[in-house]
Every structure is written in structure tokens, then in C-alpha cells.
Design a protein around this ligand. Structure first.
Ligand code: NI
Length: 139
């Protein structure tokens, strides 16, 4: 059974009001859950900063499919890393633009390096990597 600990904390009133406004807007039912999420976020950031730790990544890319070399280049790089790219979703945004979301798994340094290679392709218009932990140890 989990051991739940209660703790008190001192905080500037203005800061607490701002915190409460944000967590209410986000839909948290109480401060405890919001604080637990902040702590988990710090733990994941700390853990995935270690280049050799196992990590999961979601990479979003927006590009024009009309520049033929981009689609080819994206495809080449994804095939080179087939063992780290678990899944890819491709959405045709409009007549010109595509959105791809890739799910990556591997050492944190490998996930980051694949994302960097894809993001740095010329004419990839926007993109972002979110890196997280496989989560087994998060309570
Ligand atoms: Ni498309």
C-alpha cells in the first residue's frame, strides 16, 4: 500500500492566487493533484536528461508535400530508424500541407537525435518533440 504523506508549505499569497487560477482553469479538483503532476513532470525531465535512459517521444512535423525531396528525405530517415519509430500518423492538412506525428522509443539520446535530424530538414515548417518516460515507476 502507498504511504501518503501530508506536508505544509509557505508561499507568497499572490503566487498562490495565480497558481489556483491556473489549476482551476485546467480543471484540477485540488492543489494536491496539481502539485503531484508538477513533481512528476520534474522527475520525467530529470530522468530523460540522462542520455542513456529509456524514453518515449512524440514528434510532430508540418511540411509541404509539394517539395518532393522533403517527403523522400523524411521517409529515408524514418526507414533508417525503423527500430526506434513505433508508429507514424500522416494527416493531409490541406492541398499543400501535411502533418506527421511519430512515436519514438529508445535511449533518450537516440530519440532526440532522430528528432533533430527530421526537424532540421529544410522546409519542415514546424515541429516539436515531446519526450517522456515509459512511466513504469511513476506513481
Ligand atoms: Ni499529406
Amino acid at each position: 500500500m502507498k504511504n501518503i504523506v501530508r506536508f505544509g508549505t509557505s508561499i507568497d499569497e499572490k503566487l498562490l492566487i495565480q497558481f489556483d487560477e491556473i489549476i482551476n482553469r485546467k480543471g484540477y479538483v485540488n492543489r494536491s493533484e496539481a502539485i503531484r503532476d508538477l513533481i512528476r513532470d520534474m522527475l520525467v525531465a530529470e530522468e530523460t536528461a540522462d542520455p542513456d535512459t529509456e524514453a518515449m517521444g512524440t514528434l510532430t512535423l508540418v511540411f509541404s508535400h509539394e517539395v518532393r525531396e522533403i517527403a523522400d528525405r523524411l521517409n529515408d530517415i524514418q526507414h533508417q530508424h525503423f527500430d526506434n519509430i513505433i508508429s507514424t500518423v500522416h494527416v493531409h492538412l490541406d492541398e499543400h500541407n501535411c502533418l506527421e506525428v511519430l512515436i519514438l522509443r529508445g535511449k533518450s539520446k537516440t530519440v532526440r537525435s532522430i528528432a533533430d535530424r527530421l526537424l532540421s530538414i529544410k522546409n519542415v515548417r514546424h515541429g516539436k518533440l515531446t519526450i517522456t518516460s515509459p512511466g513504469g515507476h511513476l506513481t
